[in-house]
Design a protein around this ligand. Structure first.
Ligand code: FES
Ligand code: FES
Length: 169
């Protein structure tokens, strides 16, 4: 990356949920703040702001990443997916989102966007996870409300439905 001036704002362009976006960012601006405040994509939440809770997880070039540990300028040219990009079509929940709804896998919802982003990616790589593996995987996310039981149930259910009907998303 070329050297950036600390006291100037720089144009950052990337694909966000299939749409080209651009806005200005200071070099120190976090991707979380850029998404929420510059682009209005407030579905991504900010919890600890130092990489621990997982609330801010988005997909950058197909890989889950903590957007609170990513500078907006680092995302220039990337392809980014956030929770707003999960619905397969306007007004229809994805299989995973629908499983969360049916299993009551959220209460305050603060952790939910990040968990959905991580699980969506994980289930594509691990379509038949064991409950133990899911619990291990979810260790990267902090939920203060649910006790994780309904989250694990929703993820197992979504994995099963996705296996049974591979055209579903
Ligand atoms: S806000 Fe990014 S990991 Fe907690
Ligand atoms: S639902 Fe409240 S933190 Fe997870």
């Amino acid at each position: 990356m070329s050297r950036l001036s600390a006291d100037r704002r720089h144009t950052v362009r990337f694909m966000l949920n299939g749409r080209a976006v651009e806005a200005e960012a200071e070099p120190r601006m976090l991707l979380t703040d850029f998404l929420r405040h510059e682009l209005g994509a407030t579905g991504t939440h900010v919890g600890c702001e130092h990489g621990v809770c997982g609330a801010c997880t988005v997909e950058i070039d197909g890989v889950p990443a903590r957007s609170c540990l990513t500078l907006a300028v680092q995302a220039d040219g990337a392809t980014i997916r956030t929770v707003e990009g999960l619905e397969p079509e306007p007004g229809r929940l994805s299989v995973l989102q629908d499983a969360f709804r049916r299993h009551h896998a959220l209460q305050c919802g603060f952790c939910t966007a990040g968990i959905l982003m991580s699980l969506d990616n994980y289930l594509k790589r691990q379509p038949a996870p064991s409950e133990e593996a899911l619990r291990e995987f979810l260790g990267g996310h902090i939920c203060r409300c649910t006790g994780y039981v309904p989250i694990v149930a929703a993820a197992m259910d979504a994995a099963k439905r996705l296996r049974e009907n591979s055209s579903d998303v």
